[in-house]
Write a protein that binds this ligand. Structure first.
Ligand SMILES: Cc1ncc(COP(=O)(O)O)c(C=O)c1O
Length: 437
């Protein structure tokens, strides 16, 4: 069959092999021939309840009949208002919510907010950003600049703005001569040095709790908190990205609360709508928001907006999603599932190809190496991601690797039995591809 769709991050020569998904129910995706596979990556890390959750589809239908879209330019809508209030009450220290359609735009917005904040304050010099190496904040030009993953973005370098970058503490790949604690200190000192030598820094930007796309790097305790303190000390805005790590993925509703590091600006996306509709929100504290108030002639208002900003259908779905977290006590269930994952880590670590397993909450990255001693990554030239994908399907799961890292990122409400199925299938997949790479 011919296709007219151009797929993301995909060599389109592979097209004839693609499965056409036509139905989703619970943890399962069904292709047009009725074959089922478990959604082992939560449809790009966003699905919360599994597919076709009745409460969510009912609320979508109800809202569709009332109001599908109306703009936030000069008007508002009841669902956008209701959701913003809930988000602000949920996220400590935040004061207002600015809507967008996806994680990348939410992070573009956070950077623009920070820049315009300093401009509104009359601080024209503060225009530079600092971020962590291996950070990922999206695929638009601004976010590729903020979170530069070289293998993804080197082709676009000519149009990216310069960002100062500091190392992130990957316990598995510490440079020679450092203990893990020593390396953390080194990473923090680099930030301190940049802050104390420059009075031009607008903001520090990082993923909250862990970096995912840049290699599943889970921060050690206190790391994020220390950075937030340095930002305060040097009058640098602290911007967090909770698009992939908030709303339960790491086992907490608001990860920065657990990290004891309240930001000036934070973004949520992916799971915000339960993973059903494109919706993201950038929340700012009162200090930021107040700087945008003034006479019209001052031109201090925020220069940003999209056609679908505050879409009522997406907001209504998100309100229902939030109410389900409470109704089903999801965060405490996630804690049990996280213990279940933890109990399998030794078994996974002992597999031939596995160099390191990094896990927190409902996120697990399994790093594959060809030599455990030298930690040499399994070569991608042998089409490792495709091999994993094909092998995993034989065990009934949809799995996606990030380079040499097998990602286990299921819908958050996965049951004990379903999670065992996913972990068993992942183990069998890694065992069976050992001879092929
Ligand atoms: C931490 C983080 N920020 C931003 C994004 C971009 O989100 P989106 O793909 O919705 O644009 C992602 C996507 O994976 C992400 O993981």
């Amino acid at each position: 069959m011919d296709s007219f769709v151009w797929h993301p991050y995909t060599q389109m020569k592979d097209w004839p092999k693609f499965d056409i998904i036509s139905k989703g129910k619970g943890m399962w995706l069904y292709d047009s021939r009725g074959n089922a596979m478990m959604d082992g990556v939560a449809s790009m890390w966003c699905n919360v309840w599994g597919h076709s959750k009745k409460e969510l589809t009912d609320s979508m239908i109800k809202q569709t009949r009332k109001l599908q879209h109306s703009s936030l330019f000069n008007l508002t809508n009841d669902k956008a208002e209701d959701l913003a209030e809930r988000l602000v009450k949920l996220a400590p220290g935040m004061y207002r919510a600015f809507y967008s359609d996806d994680g990348s735009t939410a992070m573009e917005i956070s950077a623009k907010m920070a820049l315009q904040y300093w401009s509104n304050m009359g601080e024209k010099k503060k225009t530079k950003f600092v971020s962590l190496e291996n950070g990922y904040h999206g695929d638009t030009s601004g976010t590729m600049s903020l979170g530069y993953v070289p293998s993804f973005f080197s082709k676009f370098k000519p149009i990216l703005f310069p960002v100062l970058r500091t190392p992130s503490p990957n316990r598995y790949r510490i440079p020679k001569g450092y203990s893990f604690e020593g390396y953390q200190e080194f990473c923090l000192e680099k930030i301190e040095q940049i802050f104390s030598k420059n009075n031009t820094i607008a903001a520090f930007v990082m993923e909250s709790g862990a970096q995912i796309a840049g290699g599943v790097i889970i921060y050690p305790k206190g790391f994020q908190k220390k950075i937030s303190k340095m930002c305060k000390k040097h009058d640098v805005l602290f911007i967090l990205d909770e698009i992939a790590t908030g709303f339960g993925r790491l086992g907490s509703m608001i990860e920065y609360q657990r990290q004891e590091s309240v930001p000036d600006i934070v973004s949520f996306g992916k799971m915000l709508s339960g993973g059903y509709l494109p919706l993201a929100a950038t929340l700012a504290n009162k200090k930021i928001y107040d700087s945008f108030l003034g006479e019209y002639k001052d031109m201090k208002h925020f220069f940003h907006g999209h056609t679908f900003t505050g879409n009522p259908l997406a907001c209504a779905t998100s309100i229902t999603n939030l109410s389900l977290y409470k109704k089903y006590n999801l965060i405490s269930k996630i804690k049990k599932r996280a213990i279940q994952i933890q109990s399998r880590i030794e078994e996974i670590s002992n597999l031939d190809l596995v160099g390191d397993v990094r896990h927190k909450g409902m996120l697990m990255g399994i790093e594959l190496v060809s030599d455990k001693k030298t930690k040499t990554p399994v070569s991608l030239s042998k089409r490792l991601p495709q091999k994993i994908f094909i092998e995993a399907k034989k065990h009934g799961i949809y799995q996606r690797t990030l380079g040499n890292i097998v990602m286990v990122i299921p819908p958050l409400a996965i049951s004990e039995k379903e999670l065992d199925f996913l972990l068993d299938g992942t183990i069998k997949t890694i065992k069976n591809i050992s001879s092929q790479v």
